[in-house]
Design a protein around this ligand. Structure first.
Ligand code: ZN
Length: 472
């Protein structure tokens, strides 16, 4: 439906050319970045270099207001462009000049006074406000307010609930956020804590992330937290925060798991290569009965997942995503198994490491638990569709795929592939076909039959994953 806008946009272009004949002959940026699962998302006319948010938040009223300064580079001569956005803009400037804008179907469409030349930097400042918990995008709510704060959900395309962005993992950018909240309230987001300074009855929290971030890995958690900011044994800054409204038991269980993060990261670094970020951490929020854990960059956010204080599965899983998803992000959402299959397999590797069971046995047990008539096999992890994006087969059969690969190429080659996957694509993106090509190159084997069977067939593979595949 977005392509129907083209005639109107062309009309705007014609007017602007008449008004300014010397301007670059810009065209509107395409109002879809081209994701096959989420064609509404993103814009092709620019790539974001940095998001700088300067916000104020009023708990209770759930009122968010401020500015987003978005530094980007035009990828074409550009007459107009859009951000994904759910709140209400009141002013927009482009390169310090006020620009026309309109809200249309959760897109903020901006027409600068003069066309923007390709390959040149552009700076867009959006002044905005709203009540994010009232926003519905794609029929969903993704910002949850409580009496003393709020927390956000971002995957796959909900960051736009609270800041204007090119909301697709293929456009990663560095990040900073300054958030003013009532004194006694903490506002936490990605990256390092730059400062927290009192200003009257407010406190301003400033965070920044030097490594680029996919928008779906951004988060905001506001509330009354007990925060610890220390140096871990590995020398990195370790920031964790525990909601003060958790029960004593919840807090005890969350603490005993999240405090293990440096040890988990040390083990994962041995498998995948150095931890990709300068900050490590975790946040335990109180989101009522919502059971959730999300891999937000540098600080996974956990809600109601730690049952007994001995369960490190979620810490292992969400921190595995710091490599698989955060540092190396999927090129499109169809590549989601590159996130979830790897994080699930890392949980199995953890059990192998702990001496509970080998990953190969866990993979086979999972395979055997789904007989050939089970609908589980109808969702191929290599193409689960938007509706099946985060369904069990993406995780479990994705992880079985990795066991099948490991059993086929052997441990040394397998772990070499994992390390190269990270180092070759650090802070960037990778597609499934690129991963397969990498695995073939490192193993010196033609692996198409293996991946066709495990990622794409809509039926149960003939043999359990531990048997690998004999390749011709
Ligand atoms: Zn995951």
């Amino acid at each position: 439906m977005w392509y129907r806008l083209a005639p109107a946009a062309t009309a705007v272009l014609a007017v602007s050319l008449l008004a300014a004949p010397s301007a670059a002959a810009g065209q509107p940026g395409g109002q879809s970045i081209g994701d096959p699962y989420f064609p509404h998302d993103g814009n092709t006319g620019y790539q974001v270099d940095n998001y700088a948010l300067d916000l104020a938040y009023q708990p209770g009223a759930d009122q968010l207001s401020g500015t987003a300064t978005i530094s980007a580079t035009a990828t074409q001569d550009l007459s107009s462009f859009s951000f994904d956005f759910g709140l209400t803009a009141s002013a927009v400037t482009v390169n310090s000049e006020s620009a026309e804008f309109k809200d249309q179907d959760n897109k903020l469409i901006i027409t600068p006074k003069v066309d923007l030349p390709a390959q040149k930097p552009m700076t867009v400042v959006v002044t905005y406000s709203g009540v994010p918990s009232k926003v519905r995008m794609y029929g969903e709510q993704a910002w949850f307010a409580s009496a003393d704060g709020a927390s956000s959900v971002a995957e796959p395309h909900y960051a736009a609930f609270w800041f204007p962005c090119n909301d697709h993992p293929s456009d990663k950018a560095t990040w900073s956020a300054s958030v003013s909240v009532p004194d006694g309230t903490t506002a936490i987001t990605n990256g390092k804590l730059v400062s927290s300074e009192k200003s009257g009855d407010k406190v301003v929290w400033k965070w920044s992330s030097a490594q680029p971030l996919a928008t779906y890995n951004s988060f905001m958690a506001i509330g009354r937290f007990t925060m610890k900011n220390t140096t871990a044994a590995d020398g990195r800054t370790f920031i964790r925060a525990y909601s003060q409204s958790l029960s004593e038991t919840e807090k005890k269980n969350a603490t005993s798991s999240i405090e293990q993060t440096p040890d988990v990261l040390a083990w994962e670094s041995g498998l995948f290569g150095p931890y990709p970020f300068d900050i490590e951490g975790g946040v335990a929020v109180d989101a009522g009965s919502v059971n959730d854990a999300e891999e937000y960059q540098t600080k996974p956010v956990y809600s109601n997942v730690f049952k007994d204080g001995k369960d490190f599965g979620d810490v292992v899983h969400e921190n595995a995503h710091q490599w698989f998803g955060d540092a190396v992000s999927p090129k499109s959402w169809q590549d989601i198994w590159l996130n979830e299959g790897f994080a699930q397999y890392t949980e199995w590797l953890w059990q192998e490491h702990e001496g509970t069971k080998p990953a190969s046995k866990l993979a086979d047990e999972d395979y055997k638990s789904h007989d050939s008539g089970d609908s589980f096999w109808k969702t191929p992890p290599g193409d689960p569709g938007a509706a099946g994006l985060l369904d069990d087969p993406v995780y479990e059969r994705g992880a079985m795929t990795l066991q099948a690969l490991r059993s086929t190429v052997g441990d040394d080659t397998f772990f070499d592939i994992l390390k190269h996957r990270v180092s070759d694509n650090m802070y960037s993106n990778e597609s499934t076909s690129e991963f397969i090509a990498l695995a073939e190159k490192i193993s010196n084997k033609s692996l198409k039959p293996l991946f066709d069977t495990w990622l794409y067939a809509k039926e149960r593979p003939a043999n359990p994953p531990s048997q690998g595949m004999r390749l011709g």
